[in-house]
Design a protein. Structure first.
Length: 457
């Protein structure tokens, strides 16, 4: 492994400005095609202003005097990132701490571009009866709420009825401990989003060398979607659970995976399922990776992981009264009924147009530089023998086409950012100049979008 890593690092990938500029032109063209030609107008308006589909973003330029804070922090992060990503110059413990701090400070500073600190979390009350925060305030019997969540779901908020109870339970516990000011939610979301990045780093270490894994985690930390939603959306909370499950799953299905790893992966996926049903697409990506990587040898760890998941789900049911399968069925019915009403008002928007919007919105949110790195990686190294790249890209294709998501994927698919980072660094690290260039442009994109667009969550 050490020899393979040294060979990979000696072939560091160079991503020049032409790759980034070309990718930017392509993504901008795909975005403008939807805005002006396809006009996939399924998303809600804000103050009578339409969303710039496929993003759920409204043209509403604004900037406060504190915008300079992000610019300053972004420059510092860009300059220091190559040093932090180099294991010869920065220890693992120091890198993990720097990664968490940098992610939290960058996301907070980006929030200050448009809003004061005290408004962090206020997005949870922007619409009445649409957020988990509102459901959490109505709970008087937490045990009863979890046990009867499936029956209570039709009475919950728009988001609450389509998700398992994990988000609402977390927010309720925060309200009991720290009060009901929405700043509590904002701080908690930011803390968990930043804490997810060490798990991203550990997950990527199962796919590539140390330096490349650190760079991949940095690419996630600087992605515009991560920074935009890291203190305003519960999707960033799910990223924490998803990243932990991804790490354990990749470890379980790697060549050195043990039975204990597969058991832990099953438990982690079950915990993630209590927070969001997006744990199932994550499970699909890991399943595909195991089959591609291990082939016939994959069945043993897969069976152990599946049995562990089932056992953890059964224990959850016995301990709380909440059955994940019943919750999934109930949420599917609620979501289907909700989307039937939306589709009735937008009959001309077919599945093909939504699939197009799903993947374009996610790519824009992931950031021009990250997509450019993936393109450069595939161009140089191809996909042959790249088990994770095939599994990740295949799962994203399935997600785009399947009738599961209807745009807003720049936020909803936040948990898939580490997948794309895995594609970007699976063949080894970038050279220092390319890493600095990629991080700098990603932060510049995040800054520009934050000034120009209102993204609600």
């Amino acid at each position: 492994m050490a020899d393979a890593e040294s060979v990979a690092e000696s072939r560091a990938l160079r991503v020049g400005g032409a790759w980034i500029a070309g990718t930017g032109v392509v993504l901008a063209g795909l975005w403008l095609l939807d805005v002006f030609v396809l006009a996939t107008d399924m998303l809600a308006t804000v103050q009578s202003r339409p969303a710039l589909t496929p993003l759920y973003a409204i043209w509403m330029p604004a900037a406060r005097p504190t915008a300079w804070v992000f610019a300053l922090v972004a420059v510092a992060a860009t300059v220091l990132m190559p040093r932090c990503a180099d294991p010869d110059r920065t220890s693992s413990r120091a890198f993990a701490a720097a990664l968490v701090v940098a992610a939290a400070v960058l996301a907070w500073a980006l929030f200050l571009v448009r809003d004061p600190t005290g408004a962090c979390g206020a997005q949870f009350e922007y619409y009445a009866h649409e957020e988990f925060w509102q459901d959490a305030r109505t709970i008087t019997d937490l045990r009863g709420f979890v046990a009867h969540h499936v029956e209570l779901a039709p009475q919950l908020s728009t988001h609450g009825r389509h998700f398992p109870p994990g988000h609402t339970v977390l927010l309720h516990l925060l309200q009991r401990a720290f009060g009901t000011h929405t700043l509590v939610a904002g701080i908690a979301v930011l803390a968990l989003a930043a804490a997810s990045l060490p798990f991203v780093w550990l997950a990527l270490r199962e796919l590539t060398g140390e330096r490349a894994a650190r760079q991949g985690a940095a690419l996630v930390a600087s992605a515009p979607a991560f920074l935009d939603f890291a203190c305003t959306a519960m999707d960033a909370v799910f990223l924490f659970f998803a990243a932990a499950a991804l790490w354990l799953g990749l470890r379980a299905f790697g060549e050195r995976g043990r039975a204990r790893d597969a058991v832990l992966a099953g438990v982690a996926l079950c915990a993630a399922s209590f927070v969001s049903f997006s744990a199932f697409p994550l499970g699909l990506a890991l399943f595909a990776y195991a089959l591609i990587r291990r082939r016939a040898a994959a069945w043993k760890p897969l069976l152990i992981c599946g049995a562990s998941y089932a056992g953890a789900a059964l224990l959850l049911d016995l301990a709380t009264g909440y059955a994940i399968w019943d919750g999934l069925q109930g949420a599917w019915k609620q979501a289907d009924a909700f989307m039937a009403g939306v589709r009735a008002r937008h009959e001309r928007v077919g599945r093909a147009r939504l699939s197009y919007g799903n993947i374009v919105a996610f790519a824009i949110g992931a950031g021009v530089p990250l997509i450019a790195v993936c393109a450069a990686r595939i161009r140089r190294d191809g996909l042959r023998g790249r088990a994770w790249s095939l599994a990740a890209l295949g799962t994203l294709a399935v997600l785009a086409i399947a009738p599961l998501h209807h745009l807003e994927t720049e936020r909803i698919w936040l948990y898939a950012l580490p997948w794309v980072a895995g594609v970007a660094v699976s063949g080894g690290p970038l050279d220092d100049a390319s890493l600095r260039r990629v991080v700098g442009v990603a932060l510049a994109q995040a800054f520009a979008l934050e000034i120009a667009l209102f993204t609600l969550w």
